[in-house]
Design a protein around this ligand. Structure first.
Ligand code: CA
Length: 494
């Protein structure tokens, strides 16, 4: 799982960033065009691990650091561990407890909130190997370290010839923009000579050609706040922002390549299910909020608590100081985030498709007969628990170690992998930082989180959410929103 990766960043979803290994997953497997997450890191992870809506396990969906409530759920790790699997996790855990106390045999990563550097440990964010706090080597680069540990853990279980579950939760390409110069150099000219308008139109063209988008759809105009690339006066700085971001994405892809190679070497690549997704849409600036001294982390930031070694607050956030090196802390901004999410509306935190829709590629030759296929069947991160249990031939318990987990909300994706039409969700609901939304069939109703009018969109004819049909279809809006309210009351109460 990538962190804050936009819908169109992968080559197989129309992007120009080099992602040959992830593209190979799509070429050998199946790509989803309508797969959903919870618009922000913690709530998506909570649903992914438990098969429940995030509100049911203590994530209100509004903020990233709500406490997790494990009394009403179990994790995929716990159930697969019980089913005889070696369970391993690297990367962004975001739990209060250690991953080893929540069903994982092995763990490597930071006790992560977003206060992170790709080049060293930052204050209050120590790294752990299993239960042991560790020091990082001098030449540390976060994504490479996660790749190294993922491969090491995988090889251990392949040697044991034990079935395994490996959850690799990358922190890339989440800001800050940090990458090694040699990696950034590969992308610098590409973005200087194109800019966000050309990137966006080329990605949309690629998506239509690949069949990810209907061929007759038109690209929506630039949203408010994004200027014409030709009138941008700091093109070198802007290009550098996207070049560093692209390098961060490419570093994830290198890891996927190494994992696939390890599986090939062990003759296990055809009977291993590999799934790739993002936890939410592209992020213009995440929690980076302007203050007198530049950008700090989060609305209540004291502008000091992520720092180490006297690094100033906002280097890299402006044209006088390019992002990328260890002593910068910057994000890539709205214009590039909008290009990353091509052609969808909205970004991270939003209930529009650009916030909650993720690329999802699945490789499993033993089950996926039609290679290189695309499915339009909707799915949601709540479906992974049911899918993993289905694949592992394990069942969801009514009681687990004294806890009484809530009934599963998700449904197995296995029938879709196998080329069947599954009986999907009658409704999918969201209460994410900026919006509340419900999707039923091709219809989606959405309103601002703080209340206000519901909008209605027909995602089949208008997946870019440009034509509000609420006034034309009041009965439908009424039916959907009353259903949403029942859901909201239920998950909040639980
Ligand atoms: Ca995220």
């Amino acid at each position: 799982m990538a962190d804050d990766l936009g819908w169109s960043d992968l080559g197989c979803y129309g992007g120009e960033i080099d992602t040959p290994h992830i593209d190979s997953l799509a070429r050998d497997g199946l790509s989803f065009t309508q797969f959903y997450n919870n618009a922000i890191c913690g709530p998506t992870r909570a649903s992914l691990l438990t098969g429940l809506y995030c509100q049911q396990v203590g994530h209100r969906g509004e903020h990233w650091n709500d406490p997790k409530d494990f009394s009403k759920c179990v994790t995929i790790g716990e159930l697969l561990q019980q089913a005889g699997y070696q369970t391993m996790m690297v990367g962004k855990w975001q739990g209060r407890d250690l991953a080893l106390d929540r069903g994982f045999d092995r763990f490597f990563g930071p006790m992560c909130q977003a206060k992170i550097s790709y080049f060293h440990e930052v204050k209050q964010n120590p790294y752990y190997l299993d239960r042991k706090r560790i020091e990082l080597p001098k030449d540390f680069y976060l994504t490479d370290a996660l790749n190294d540990h993922a491969v090491r853990f995988l090889n251990e279980s392949l040697t044991k010839k034990k079935p395994f579950f490996l959850y690799v939760a990358h922190i890339a390409p989440h800001w800050p923009l940090h990458a090694r110069e040699a990696e950034v150099a590969r992308y610098r000219e590409r973005y200087r000579t194109t800019g966000w308008d050309k990137v966006r139109s080329q990605r949309f063209k690629n998506q239509r050609q690949a069949g990810l988008m209907p061929a007759d759809w038109k690209l929506s105009p630039r949203p408010a706040g994004v200027q014409d690339w030709d009138t941008e006066t700091h093109k070198d700085w802007q290009a550098e922002r996207m070049a560093v971001y692209a390098a961060q994405v490419a570093s994830i892809d290198r890891g996927i390549g190494r994992l696939l190679q390890a599986l090939k070497d062990a003759n296990a690549v055809d009977n291993t299910l590999v799934i790739f997704l993002s936890d939410n849409g592209a992020a213009p600036d995440g929690g980076l909020t302007p203050s007198k001294s530049g950008f700090g982390f989060g609305p209540k930031s004291k502008n000091t608590d992520w720092r180490k070694d006297g690094i100033p607050i906002h280097p890299g956030s402006g044209p006088d100081n390019l992002p990328g090196p260890h002593d910068t802390f910057a994000a890539y901004g709205l214009a590039w985030a909008n290009a990353s999410n091509t052609p969808l509306r909205g970004a991270k935190l939003s209930g529009y498709e650009g916030g909650i829709r993720t690329p999802l590629v699945v490789r499993w030759p033993a089950a996926i007969r039609k290679r290189g296929g695309i499915t339009r069947q909707p799915g949601h991160v709540i479906d992974f628990m049911a899918t993993c249990l289905d694949v592992a031939n394990a069942s969801y318990p009514t009681e687990f170690k004294g806890r009484k987990p809530l009934p599963l909300e998700g449904k197995s994706l296995l029938p879709i992998f196998q080329g069947h039409q599954r009986k999907g969700h009658e409704a999918l609901c969201w209460s994410v930082p900026q919006h509340q939304a419900i999707r039923m069939g091709q219809w989606k109703a959405i309103r601002p989180k703080k209340g206000g009018q519901w909008q209605l969109f027909n995602l089949e004819s208008d997946g870019l959410e440009t034509i509000d049909l609420a006034e034309r279809e009041p009965e439908r809006v009424k039916e959907m929103t009353s259903r949403f309210k029942v859901w909201y009351k239920r998950v909040k109460a639980e």
